[in-house]
Design a protein around this ligand. Sequence first.
Ligand code: NAD
Length: 488
Amino acid sequence: MKKYQMFIGGEFVDAAGGATLETLEPWSGKAWASIPRGGSDDATRAVEVAHAALTGPWAGLSASARGALLRKLADLLAHAAGDLAEIEVRDNGKLLTEMRAQTGYLPEIYHYFAGLADKIEGRVPPVGRPGVFGYTRLEPVGVVLAITPWNSPLLLAAAKIAPALAAGCTVVHKPSEHSSASALEFARLVKEAGFPDGVFNVVTGLGNEVGASLVANPKVARISFTGGGGAGRAINQIAAARFARCDLELGGKSPNIVFDDADLEVAVNGAVSGIFAASGQSCIAGSRLLVQESIHDAFVERLLKIAGNAVVGEPMEAGTQIGPVTTAEQFSKVLEYIDIAKGEGAQCVLGGEKLDRPGWFVKPTIFTGVNNGMRIAREEVFGPILSIIKFKDEEDALRIANDTDFGLAAGVWTKDFGRAFRMSEKLQAGTVWVNSYRMLSVTMPFGGMKDSGTGRENGIDAIMANLEAKSVFLNHSAPVANPFVMKL
Ligand code: NAD
């Protein structure tokens, strides 16, 4: 069994208390590695070294030199992408093809933010006072705490780490206890790239132990969290109590809307990959499929043909199309939601049970006859469960789509250009796809409305979340009067 250590202050170390956690393969349920179970001492140490690094050699580097380090890291990642993908599959059970695509994209993310490092510029606003010159400086906020989930470990971490380092911040990363191995391999590459010690640290362990200690540390200036709404709310409250910055990328119950004028062959592919890719364990999963009533039955028939023939199996095998869910807890939750949906009167037209084999496999499941008030349509399941809801027309589709607590993403399938624009404008979601689904780019802002979170990652502006603006007024020639001498 592989034994991993945490990365603090440029060194690989065990937890101060020596405790460990096992990390399990989702298709066998067997432990394949151990990671340190960090505690409050480890959290304090990591934040202290990250805080000290803010005024060390890192602060003395030019912005271009920071960019060069990030570019070096990007090149090392390009070399290691294949190995990192296999490690992520062992932890989260997603398909090797999907994890390869994700780790293969990492270099682009680091290169993108490397390019922004030396384009962080202040301004010279018109102060409006003769003899006074005003300018702004953009300074790193300080220690950034990046907390990430298990479903896309290094991809989601990159959206936090790359802009924070480009901005000159230091970082403590707390990966999910279910998928820490790739984060620790990544730390090796950060060291190899030559970042000064303490600039980047990885602390592993449970969210309510080491995670909570990190969040509570007053030397953490900013928290960037991706995960569930429960943890997000708790973290946000703690951050608010000490006015720390906090950005949250949370869950979704995204509508994928198929109009009767859509290219149905393409739309059906989009509907299937929208929910069954990653076994539905994606924050942007198109878990509510809204289908116009005039094409409902024909569309469901097409859907069943594709989803019904999907090969469910081990994620490392080339022919597998749907893998297991990642954790035992997630497995029970998904099965529970299947019972809830059946109890609510939804019709199960595909799957609806676990696979008879070891590991956490749930058959791809489709429910028809769902109405938007049912729990299966309102709550995030995070599994391979699709709820199909009928709608009459554009107005009805919009009403149903927006009638949700979430606002992360939405899909629209139509050939009508006007409708595509109208829907994109009115859908309450951070990302809208027209005639596609699950498309992301480091150049496009990503984040949610409503209960799906706050803030945006990716894109040029993502770097601003890691910067403080400072206004400097330089009086070179204006008179400074004695305020107590009154001129009559
Ligand atoms: P989770 O909230 O249980 O855990 C996420 C991370 O937070 C883990 O590292 C965990 O250890 C840590 N954590 C948990 N409680 C904490 C606490 N009190 N203090 C500090 N850290 C704590 O989520 P998960 O089960 O790992 O991931 C699934 C969730 O993530 C889903 O709801 C999904 O929608 C969401 N998600 C959102 C996005 C997005 O970008 N919007 C992307 C992927 C996943």
